[in-house]
Design a protein around this ligand. Structure first.
Ligand code: ASP
Length: 441
């Protein structure tokens, strides 16, 4: 396997994991074997990625801001990033709503199928868990999300990996480094520069393990599928989401090509390991270290841009999630609450799906929790909520995998656009894990 490019190794790992999962699904005791002996390796991999996320954000953002040498540049980078993020998310929701209204995947679902899905999933622990999480989220005041950005104890933010709080702290430190004498600032800047290099090297080393980890992750996903009959009933809805997500990727490629003049294929090739990991882990947060490594070293985006745009994007920019929320909300209405399908309600969905995607955590199935809030905002009857979630629950995991790919690709695209607009798009300079190995082995 030595000479194969990383993304091919990961793809092979994924395919073998899927095949292995199906084989284990059909063998007595196979599921238990995967859960006990295979899945833990996927977990170790995700733990390692999460382990380095906080130091990585901290180091690259502090160093990046301090390197900008100019506070007005931070403002213009911030404004550009947030406006492009909002713009792409709105486009994603509009694409989603257009598809679901044209295709109408919810029409024609038989009463029997609805009843069957209701029986199987409405009381399922997964559905109940999403509803509880959503009601916790809702009970907070309207400005709670803003309050949550400002930590009172930064160590708590590190421990909880609260990304926005860590980003705020790093920006604060970076700006203050700019405001003090250079002589006094440089030891700390050098420290974070060095920390950044170390963490990037950790990404290279962790990625050596990626092909085996995705094998474990996908085998574990496959053993969770048991009712293929229900899956088939939902295929039209699932295809709508997948088609919308594919359109979104196409839209990014057009943006990249027209604004940065880089070839779409080149972009996809460079970013593909991050996309494949997003698919396998269903978490933009876990993928973040790899996204940062690919964007900085392989796409040539300067650290000062990627250090800001990517961590912020992983938390607030979820185009895939918002597209999915638009489709899922309307699909559920088509099936069990057709009277709610008004134009005004769809406009409300645009606004709430935008906010919901900002508020969704970058972890598996967070989008489904926020979907509850989108549905509530249009007055969806509360007693129908468990049935609504039950309807889409069976296919949620595969769709989560796909939408996470779009979330990560969207962040990478915006970082390229912002870098280009600030003259911070350089020649790529990929590093290997063993660049200095000869000297120390
Ligand atoms: N899993 C997605 C992410 O991490 C969020 C979601 O749509 O559930 O980006």
């Amino acid at each position: 396997m030595k000479k194969l490019a990383l993304h091919w190794k990961i793809i092979i790992g994924m395919i073998l994991g899927i095949i292995f999962g199906f084989i284990m699904n059909s063998i007595d005791g196979g599921k238990g074997f995967v859960a006990d002996w295979i899945a833990p390796f996927g977990k170790i991999f995700i733990n390692l990625l999460k382990l380095i996320a906080v130091p990585l954000i901290l180091a690259s953002l502090i160093k990046g801001v301090a390197d900008l040498k100019d506070i007005s540049k931070i403002k213009s980078m911030g404004l550009r990033t947030i406006s492009i993020y909002i713009g792409t998310t709105l486009i994603a929701i509009i694409i989603g709503l257009s598809i679901v209204n044209l295709v109408k995947p919810g029409d024609g679902m038989s009463k029997e199928t609805i009843e069957k899905i209701k029986l199987k999933y409405a009381d399922d622990a997964g559905v109940v868990d999403k509803l509880t999480k959503a009601s916790n989220q809702k009970s907070a005041g309207p400005l709670q999300a803003l309050v949550d950005i400002f930590p009172s104890n930064i160590f708590k933010s590190f421990v909880n990996a609260s990304m926005l709080q860590v980003i705020f702290f790093a920006l604060f430190v970076g700006i203050c480094l700019l405001l003090i004498e250079e002589k006094k600032a440089s030891p700390l800047i050098n420290f974070f520069d060095s920390l950044n290099e170390v963490v990037m090297k950790m990404v290279d080393l962790i990625m050596l393990f990626a092909p085996y980890a995705v094998f474990a992750l996908l085998a574990n996903v496959i053993i969770a599928f048991d009712d293929t009959e229900i899956l088939l009933k939902l295929v039209q809805y699932a295809l709508c989401v997948v088609f919308g997500l594919a359109l979104m990727i196409g839209f990014y490629l057009v943006l990249i090509n027209s604004y940065t003049k880089k070839s779409p294929l080149w972009f996809l090739k460079q970013i593909s390991p991050a996309q494949l990991l997003a698919f396998s882990t269903s978490s933009s947060a876990a993928t973040l270290p790899v996204t940062m490594e690919r964007v900085e070293e392989h796409l040539g985006v300067d650290k000062e841009v990627s250090g800001f745009v990517l961590p912020v994007g992983a938390t607030v920019n979820m185009d895939g999630t918002s597209l999915y929320q638009g489709i899922a909300a309307v699909f559920i209405m088509q099936v069990i609450w057709p009277e709610g399908l008004t134009f005004t309600n769809q406009l409300v969905i645009v606004a709430t799906a935008l906010l919901a995607s900002i508020g969704s955590a970058a972890v598996p199935s967070a989008g489904m929790v926020m979907l509850v809030i989108v549905l509530e905002s249009i007055g969806f009857p509360e007693e129908l909520l468990p049935i609504g979630l039950a309807l889409i629950f069976a296919v949620d995991r595969p769709l989560d995998m796909c939408r996470t790919v779009v979330n990560v690709t969207g962040d990478a695209t915006v970082s390229m656009l912002v870098a280009k607009s600030l003259g911070k798009l350089n020649e790529p300079n990929p590093k290997n894990w063993d660049d200095n190995y000869e000297e120390v082995k």
